[in-house]
Design a protein around this ligand. Structure first.
Ligand code: PMT
Length: 325
């Protein structure tokens, strides 16, 4: 990519960092299977939807990436993300008629199961006699809804779930998804809610075996993970509508940082959220607006993702229209 002058040099450095990240990453074990599923999913949903237009496809990323410290991994660096935002948002996107590629961290919240207890198998079911298991009455409504809504989304071909654990898997899969969504043009959206590691140990310099505590204090150099947002936006899927997130714990710097991310990575929108109130309120930041979005249980708005996804669907519609001749 040639942007001219200093910008071009910075871009070339970033491209080199990204190349080196991918070159040194361990190959994705399931890459054949992932690309087959992606190809089939995008092809099916690119064919006209019920109302005659091409279906919109959104890639929702969810949960946190891990950074392994050893190749035969015993220890890793992790982060707090539960995947609730991504799972809830996926449900609202499906309700709005989108096909969703849900790229999620293994073991985090799943769409349509958020109201089930932590250990659903043990808490939702009971034996009526030695060989018959039934759903406990107290959970029957939640289980019925989870099964029905999930099955409908999968059977209608509207939900493709792909899982990751490490930062290497996440970024390789994000690149595969981006490239496969190119063909959908402006009907594609990225909703990047995953909490992505900022630092990592390059595979080449990673210890093979468990690091021994008998060797004394651990002195380890972590490299910076190159931000892939700009390259996703400009090279991988240039016509997609791109929404990223900005998380801070200090509310005084949050909106400033969101504005900076909007400009730096050329996002169409950045969702700013403060850690402690992330389930109550977010601010959607665009080049000329700051829109506060709230959950309000008393008004029947159970999740902040409900009005947030409505806003995004509306903005995505205007974006698609702007490509009309
Ligand atoms: O999962 P929950 O518990 O429900 O919490 C939801 C959430 C708080 C994790 C979510 O709402 C959120 O804010 N996700 C983004 C968190 C984050 O990593 O923010 P950041 O400021 O570090 O990164 C900003 C953006 O850059 C993100 O869209 C991220 O996907 C992207 N990024 C980050 C680091 C990196 N090396 N490469 C990236 O592309």
């Amino acid at each position: 990519m040639d942007l001219g002058n200093g910008l071009g040099a910075t871009q070339n450095m970033l491209d080199a960092e990204i190349q080196s990240f991918f070159d040194s990453a361990p190959p994705l074990r399931s890459s054949g299977d992932v690309s087959e599923k992606l190809e089939e999913f995008v092809k099916r949903n690119s064919i006209a939807s019920g109302n005659g237009g091409a279906r919109r496809i959104v890639c929702v990323t969810s949960g946190g990436t891990t950074v392994p410290l050893e190749k035969r991994c015993v220890r890793y660096i992790d982060n707090f993300s539960s995947g609730h935002r991504g799972a809830a948002s996926t449900e609202y996107f499906v309700k709005a008629g989108y096909a969703v590629i849900f790229l999620y961290r293994k073991g985090t919240y799943q769409p349509f199961c958020r109201s089930l207890p932590d250990d659903p198998l043990l808490e939702c079911f009971e034996f009526t006699d030695e060989s018959t298991v039934q759903v406990r009455h107290s959970h029957s409504e939640a289980v019925r809804r989870a099964i029905t809504e999930h099955r409908a989304a999968v059977e209608e071909g509207l939900l493709l779930k792909l899982s990751f654990t490490t930062i290497f898997e996440y970024l390789q899969m994000l690149q595969m998804i981006s490239l496969s969504l190119r063909s959908v043009g402006p009907h594609a959206m990225f909703y990047l809610a995953a909490a992505v590691s900022d630092f990592y140990v390059p595979w080449k310099s990673m210890a093979e075996h468990k690091i021994q505590s008998s060797s004394g204090p651990l002195d380890m150099q972590l490299n910076q993970v190159p931000k892939m947002l700009l390259v996703l936006r400009k090279d991988w899927t240039p016509m997609a509508f791109c929404v990223s997130f900005k998380l801070e714990t200090d509310k005084h710097i949050l909106l400033e940082k969101a504005d900076a991310a909007l400009k730096k990575y050329k996002m169409h929108m950045v969702i700013a959220n403060e850690l402690s109130i992330r389930k109550e309120e977010v601010v959607a930041v665009t080049s000329n607006e700051r829109i506060s979005v709230h959950r309000n249980k008393s008004l029947g708005v159970d999740d902040v993702e409900d009005p947030l996804i409505k806003l995004l669907v509306e903005r995505h519609s205007s974006y698609i229209k702007s490509f009309d001749p």
